[in-house]
Design a protein around this ligand. Sequence first.
Ligand code: NAD
Length: 292
Amino acid sequence: LPEQEAFDIEYWLLEEAKLQRMPKPKSLASRVALVTGGAGGIGAATAQRYLSEGACVVLADIDADNLKVAQDSLTQSYGKDVVRSVVMDVTNEEAVAKAFAEAAVEFGGIDILVSNAGIASSAPVEETSLALWNKNMEILSTGYFLVSREAFRLMRAQSMGGSIVFVASKNGLAASPNASAYCTAKASEIHLARCLALEGAEAGIRVNVVNPDAVLRGSKIWEGEWLDQRASTYGTDKDGLEEMYRERSMLKRSVLPEDVAEACYFFAAETSSKSTGNILNVDAGNVQAFTR
Ligand code: NAD
């Protein structure tokens, strides 16, 4: 190489190396996210992912004890200035409005909502009481409506757009045995997201869905009744269920809360700015495979 050209290349390589060493700007810096069901599982993992990208996070949950545990743990890693929590039942209209108002005052607005608070239930249809049916509809379907409505009100008033992420379920797309109330409620979340995506588009409010398949590790849902009911439906235990879900997936892998959190991050970040009304299945390829 001629001397000047070699010098130019060396100079360029040094400059490139310098850039690589410079701290990258955090992709959610100055963003505020409210995460329902933030006391554990997928919600807490998502809050952590957002905090790692510089966001401020409000954890909202009905479970005050676990909420405190989650807040303390995240505060330890990211500092007390960026983590807040609010005890809130997503089915309570007034409580939802109050929580959003307080969070907005605390951090100066809300840019991201993760609607994730939920339950799971299993029963054959003949044994599904009206109370069980209504509980699923209230927490999942109505709960997702109430928090989205509040987010829309705030985001419209802020005139800065926003991102709403629904953690629905693979069971909102595909039927699962002995879980008609849960599956129907989850399906309604997905359709609500489509409707809201259309309504919010002009104001730059994006609404997308993340559908996890079974997340057995790190989720409280899989510690209670749901575990016993699913185990008896499939005639196995927790380990057997995990193995079953893994085996019937294309990738032969289990889904973890962190995997779902990564998808929730994608829909919150600018990289997904052209996506709305979309569904991302985090299922190791289960939805598109033959399932039983
Ligand atoms: P989780 O039980 O660990 O977390 C759910 C959280 O929601 C809990 O902290 C709970 O206290 C909270 N919550 C329940 N009812 C509430 C209410 N009325 N108001 C406010 N908070 C309430 O379970 P997870 O696995 O992290 O579940 C998160 C979401 O993911 C749920 O919507 C669930 O249906 C969905 N999901 C979970 C799985 C799975 O296998 N774990 C699979 C598909 C979808």
